[in-house]
Design a protein around this ligand. Structure first.
Ligand SMILES: [Zn+2]
Length: 106
C-alpha cells in the first residue's frame, strides 16, 4: 500500500475521525441531557458497540511474549518497542478512573 492509496488518505482519515467524534459527542449529549427514554435508547445502542471497540483495542495492543505491545513503537525513528500496557490502554484506563464531571460529561 502506498501513501496515495485511498486507505491512507488524510482526508479519509479526517472524515472517519470526524464521524466517530460526532457520534460519540451526540451520545454524550443525550446521556448528559436527554430524558430517560433517550438515555436508555442510546445506552442500548452504544454500550455494546463501545464494548466491541474496547475489546478490539485491547486485542490490537496485547503484549507479545516479551511483554511489548504488538502494535506500538516509540523512539526517535519509531523503531523502539514499547512495553505493555502502552499509551492507548493507559489512556483508556485513565478515562475510566476520571469522574464524569471532570471529563466534561456533565
Ligand atoms: Zn500499544
Amino acid at each position: 500500500m502506498t501513501a496515495t492509496h485511498s486507505g491512507n488518505s488524510p482526508a479519509l482519515w479526517a472524515n472517519l475521525r470526524d464521524g466517530i467524534v460526532s457520534e460519540v459527542e451526540t451520545a454524550r449529549t443525550v446521556l448528559a441531557q436527554g430524558d430517560d427514554r433517550s438515555i436508555v435508547s442510546v445506552a442500548r445502542t452504544h454500550l455494546a458497540r463501545y464494548g466491541a471497540v474496547v475489546v478490539a483495542l485491547m486485542d490490537e495492543h496485547a503484549p507479545d511474549a516479551e511483554g511489548n505491545c504488538s502494535s506500538c513503537r516509540g523512539g526517535l525513528f519509531g523503531r523502539k518497542r514499547v512495553h505493555a500496557p502502552c499509551k492507548p490502554l493507559l489512556h483508556y484506563q485513565l478515562a475510566l478512573t476520571i469522574p464524569s464531571t471532570l471529563a466534561g460529561w456533565t
